[in-house]
Design a protein around this ligand. Structure first.
Ligand code: SF4
Ligand code: SF4
Length: 380
């Protein structure tokens, strides 16, 4: 029997298979799409750590796709969006149906299992823009054609569809931190989680006959270290931490600040209804309607805020702390002004773990180095 649960991302109650329970704290990520360069270092760091075994060749727990044409697996979101039908928002409240509310008769979740071929081309559409660039168009600002990179991992959802879909109850959400895991001992490989997850982040491993998914690098985070995809990010686009419940955000927690207080970081496809816990700063070069489809009705305001981020030192500080330490930042502060100030990150006990200048110093070296008696011709 399904239950009525509250989903803060769609601002209403919805039906879900199990009762509303929230972990003591919730793992969460903020990804800044504007800084991602699609170098796929995160993808390879994750693969080397977790999915380099037999039967895991096609598994990309972390993937970075070029929107609008990139997907992994092929067309995953387009298919679900089409199955879901009309997705109207009434202001901030979602007026359409979630995947738990638009069920085909006799089924528990709206979903599908991708075909074998859908997994073959993880980079399909990479670096393709939204339309052909006609002659002269590149001279216009803003550019008419657009694209951006979307970094994707399992969302460790508050209402996981993979968990609800599993007939074996092999999937569970950890009470202590909200990580969603598949118990390999209970899994029988029915692939209902693969069918149920609209983000397609649960994968079947034919070699073992069981399903696997992102484990939020729990051996690292249990030791105070951020996840592999975060600490290896070249673009410093990512921040991992713990999110408070939406009714009680902590201003000094960088994740809470970006997600709940400033609302500059938004969930991906909130209309699916899973309350995902990866939050995106939307791309600023993309039409509002597309951003709204991906990130919900708050996307336009988030883009405007990002453009004026320099008006809020704390936003800048939180963004600057991304990728500056491998340790989990539980709280942060900023001291001084934008020209000479510093952002500070603290651990769970409140001890300082990192300080970063808000404005990177520019050091101009003299062309002649007297100490070494050499000239430098490339002076930076
Ligand atoms: S993103 Fe998919 S696999 Fe991950 S918790 Fe949500 S439903 Fe499960
Ligand atoms: S490592 Fe960072 S910059 Fe590179 S693709 Fe991944 S998220 Fe983007």
């Amino acid at each position: 029997m399904s239950q009525k649960v509250y989903n803060w991302q769609i601002k209403r109650k919805m039906t879900y298979k199990y009762q509303e329970t929230r972990p003591k704290k919730q793992v969460a990520w903020v990804f800044d799409t504007n800084k991602c360069i699609a170098c796929q270092t995160c993808t390879m760091a994750c693969k080397n750590a977790w999915t380099s075994g037999k039967g895991q060749e096609y598994m990309w727990w972390n993937s970075v796709e070029t929107k609008p044409w990139g997907y992994y697996p092929l067309g995953y979101d387009v298919r679900i969006l089409e199955m879901l039908g009309s997705q109207k928002w009434d202001g901030e409240k979602y007026a359409g149906k979630t995947i738990f509310e638009s069920l085909p008769h006799g089924e528990e979740i709206l979903g599908y299992i991708p075909d074998h071929d859908d997994y073959l081309y993880p980079n399909l559409g990479e670096d393709e823009s939204s339309e052909p660039v006609s002659q002269g168009q590149y001279l216009k600002m803003p550019h008419q054609p657009w694209m951006f990179y979307l970094q994707r991992i399992c969302n460790h959802c508050t209402y996981p569809a993979c968990l609800a879909a599993c007939p074996r109850k092999a999937i569970y959400k950890r009470e202590e931190d909200g990580i969603v895991l598949i118990d390999q001992g209970r899994c029988r490989g029915y692939q209902e989680c693969v069918r149920g997850c609209p983000y397609k982040k649960s994968f079947f491993r034919a070699y073992t006959g069981k399903s696997e998914k992102c484990i939020s690098c729990y051996p690292a985070i249990e030791n105070g270290v951020q996840t592999e995809c975060v600490v290896n990010c070249i673009g410093k686009t990512r921040l991992f931490g713990y999110k408070s419940v939406w009714t009680n955000p902590r201003e000094e927690n960088p994740i809470d600040y970006l997600v709940h207080i400033k609302k500059i970081a938004l969930p991906l496809y909130p209309q699916f209804g899973l309350e995902p816990n990866v939050y995106y700063i939307p791309p600023i070069n993309v039409p509002d309607a597309f951003n709204k489809m991906l990130f919900g009705p708050g996307a336009k305001a988030a883009v405007q805020m990002y453009r004026k981020a320099y008006e809020d030192k704390k936003i800048i500080a939180a963004l600057i702390l991304m990728g500056c330490t491998d340790k989990i930042i539980h709280s942060f502060s900023v001291k001084g002004d934008l020209d000479s100030g510093f952002a500070f990150g603290y651990d769970e006990k409140g001890d300082e773990i990192i300080s970063v200048p808000i404005k990177e110093p520019i050091i101009i070296r003299k062309s002649y180095d007297g100490e070494r008696d050499v000239y430098r011709f490339s002076v930076t």
